[in-house]
Design a protein around this ligand. Structure first.
Ligand SMILES: Nc1ncnc2c1ncn2[C@@H]1O[C@H](COP(=O)(O)OP(=O)(O)O)[C@@H](O)[C@H]1O
Ligand SMILES: [Mg+2]
Length: 207
């Protein structure tokens, strides 16, 4: 069983978007569930809107995350944890101790990249209890071919955490799918490019 936590120190980074699309993409490799640990409960909201009869399970883990993760561990191959927008939150702290892999979505802006220093510290602190913890930045909402995105790419090597080669672009499909309670994998041709990049990310960091 593999646990993957989506972690960031701010709202709007893309935790929930990546959680639901990564989780849905992972279903082709095993049994998957989401633990929603964010008091805003957006993953649960997404699940409630979902029209798919067999949409993957989303559990409320705002309280008792560690207990709930252990409870589900035998039933799933992958557990995704959608964290609150702060590394100091109790839920994020618990998630970092539990998880095999922390994925940290960041927008390609210097301000967001500098802020990852705080996450790096928390990751290092969590490794005292969870020495095998892997952590990786994932660029989200990339607009390729812009000067900014080139500069950001160049600056990534100076950060203390590795960055996934696969970047997630800003695409309408991410918003449109959420609106319909779907994932980008369920949108047909409208979601094709988004679906492919999520599957590529899965292959890079998991499979
Ligand atoms: N790659 C993307 N392309 C387009 N819109 C995105 C993308 N990632 C996130 N969004 C949108 O940005 C907003 C914030 O994303 P969300 O996943 O809710 O962030 P978080 O959970 O970290 O607060 C949402 O409206 C979401 O639909
Ligand atoms: Mg969220």
């Amino acid at each position: 069983m593999t646990i993957i936590a989506l972690v960031s120190n701010k709202g709007g980074a893309g935790k929930t978007t990546l959680t639901v699309n990564f989780a849905t993409g992972l279903e082709r490799y095993g049994r998957v569930a989401i633990l929603d640990a964010d008091p805003q409960r957006s993953s649960l909201q997404w699940r409630a809107m979902s029209a798919r009869n067999n949409a993957l399970p989303v559990f409320d883990a705002v309280a008792g995350l560690t207990f709930k993760a252990r409870q589900q561990a035998n039933h799933y191959d992958y557990l995704l944890i959608d964290c609150p927008p702060s590394v100091e939150a109790q839920q994020t702290q618990e998630a970092l101790r539990l998880t095999n892999l922390a994925l940290i979505p960041v927008q390609p802006s210097p301000l967001d990249l500098w802020a990852t220093v705080y996450i790096e510290r928390e990751v290092e602190a969590a490794r005292e209890k969870n020495p095998d913890l892997k952590a990786m930045l994932v660029i989200n909402q990339l607009e390729p071919r812009t000067r900014l995105s080139r500069i950001v790419r160049q600056g990534l090597n100076e950060l203390g955490l590795p960055t996934a080669d696969t970047a997630i672009r800003r695409r309408v499909a991410y918003r449109a799918s959420a609106l319909e309670g779907k994932s980008v994998h369920d949108l047909g041709s409208r979601g094709k490019d988004a679906s492919e990049e999520i599957l590529q990310l899965i292959n890079e960091v998991i499979v």
